[in-house]
Design a protein around this ligand. Structure first.
Ligand code: PHE
Length: 466
């Protein structure tokens, strides 16, 4: 007899877990940058429209596949009666397998900043006078980035060892509401700072003059949406496999999209006004202020802003990095779970053994990225430091996986199977035609466009710099 599969205790727990996976560094350090760069309100509107259509469809698809198959992404496609498509499970597993190690390295950076701000807030250490020099010295240090990564990874593994209900669910119950409350509080604080109004207008008011290239706005929004909703990484399949049959898939999907988008938009309120007004970072670019994306924004620009806030700075910094830490932890937890579940399902081993395997993997491969800017800085893959190489290659693999999932569901499996899975909870599914058209035609074409633009960007063709 098959062992019964773990399950969430209810639909709230599932939505919380999926939203916790979705809300991560992408919401915090990339969405605000893209909105600031690509026309403010225009980008936000395009993003909303895309996530409620394409994002919703893809999310429903992955969750339903998982719930039907009751398997993680690695073995789910075979379970649906198409063993030839098992290769897609392998591809979908490769994505978290290679993202997790370097995500943990970045999680380690967040741990380091959290510790630094805790130190300065409690006046144990003086704040770094030059945030950029601090960051550069830290990532190049012989051991610090590796040790920080290990601390972050250990925290994730503890939650995973405790299991789906006792670990992931309980952690999310604390981390997600705390994160939301902190994000709202920080946005309100920023709105009360003098001059914030101009920054908020800059963020929200559509600026058509900066949208010379509509294609870039749409592609930027679409790429962001994929990453942000944790799509094409197997995570939603694995998390769906723990979902109860009586819970509604479409309703859960709408809530996940709403929560993820809410935090993305909120991040803009937290970050854009301070960067635009207080740090006046970067030079004006086409009439818009250039805001750094990614690590530059989080580990250099924002610390400069915190420094300028005087005595409140270290506390705001501590508050902010606690929020970032929670966001990064819950995303890393979801990736680790997708991998642990894959090892369990495939090798039919115990959870403990799978956690050990994935733990060793992520520390070993993560070491390449952790040491990649310091003691192993001569190590390059195709001319890139390891972390950048893994990031770039996963940006290309993700759309391939997403497009193949759509082709598989639309043309091989039949969209009816997914819709039937959605109806299991006894509800009427009102978006049948919309779903079929999206999954068969619209989604593969749009995802194909992302793939082409990613490849062009990688090869430096056509000036794609999204
Ligand atoms: N969705 C997360 C974010 O927005 C990132 C993530 C990537 C989470 C991969 C899980 C897996 O940052």
């Amino acid at each position: 007899m098959k062992k019964t599969r773990a399950s969430w205790s209810g639909s709230v727990a599932f939505v919380l877990a999926a939203a916790a996976s979705a809300i991560g560094l992408g919401n915090l350090w990339r969405f605000p940058y893209l909105a600031a760069r690509y026309g403010g309100g225009i980008f936000i509107a395009v993003y909303l429209a895309l996530s409620l259509t394409l994002g919703f469809v893809l999310l429903v698809t992955e969750i339903a596949i998982g719930r039907y198959a009751r398997q993680s992404q690695l073995t789910a496609f075979g379970e649906l009666g198409h063993p030839k498509w098992n290769f897609l499970g392998v591809l979908a597993t490769l994505v978290p397998l290679f993202i997790l190690p370097y995500y943990n390295v970045i999680g380690g950076w967040v741990v380091r900043y959290f510790a630094a701000y805790a130190g300065t807030a409690f006046a144990v250490i003086a704040p770094a006078a030059d945030p950029k020099a601090f960051f550069d010295a830290f990532v190049a240090a012989p051991w610090a980035p590796f040790v920080a990564m290990c601390v972050f990874t250990a925290a994730v593994l503890v939650v995973i060892v405790l299991g789906v209900k006792n670990g992931i669910e309980k952690a999310n119950l604390v981390l997600v509401p705390a994160l939301l409350a902190m994000a709202v509080a920080l946005s309100v604080y920023v709105a009360t700072l003098p001059g914030a109004g101009a920054g908020i207008r800059y963020y929200l008011v559509p600026d058509f003059s900066s949208c010379d290239n509509v294609g870039k706005v749409v592609l930027g929004a679409m790429g962001q949406m994929f990453y942000s909703l944790s799509l094409a990484m197997g995570i939603m399949i694995t998390y769906g496999s723990y979902m109860r049959r009586r819970d509604s898939v479409p309703k859960a999907a709408v809530r996940i999209v709403a929560a993820d988008t809410f935090v993305a938009v909120l991040s803009g309120f937290m970050i854009i006004p301070v960067v635009v007004v207080f740090a006046s970072a970067g030079a004006a670019e086409g009439g818009r202020v250039a805001i750094d994306a990614g690590p530059g924004l989080m580990f250099e620009t924002l610390p400069k802003v915190f420094l300028s806030l005087g005595a409140a700075g270290p506390w705001i910094g501590l508050f902010f990095f606690t929020l970032v830490l929670f966001a990064a932890l819950t995303s890393a937890i979801s990736m680790t779970e997708a991998l642990v579940a894959a090892v369990c399902d495939f090798f039919k081993t115990s959870r403990g053994k799978s956690v050990a395997v994935i733990g060793v993997w992520s520390v070993a491969v993560g070491a390449l990225s952790a040491f990649g800017y310091g003691r192993w800085s001569s190590l390059k893959f195709f001319g890139l430091p390891p972390l950048d190489f893994f990031d770039t290659s996963m940006n290309i693999l993700t759309p391939i996986v997403a497009a193949l999932i759509c082709v598989f569901v639309g043309w091989i499996l039949s969209p009816k199977r997914i819709l039937a899975e959605c109806q299991r909870s006894g509800e009427r599914v009102g978006f049948r035609l919309f779903y079929v058209i999206m999954v068969r035609f619209v989604a593969p074409i749009l995802i194909g466009a992302i793939l082409v633009s990613e490849v062009c960007r990688c090869l430096g063709i056509g000036g794609w710099t999204i």
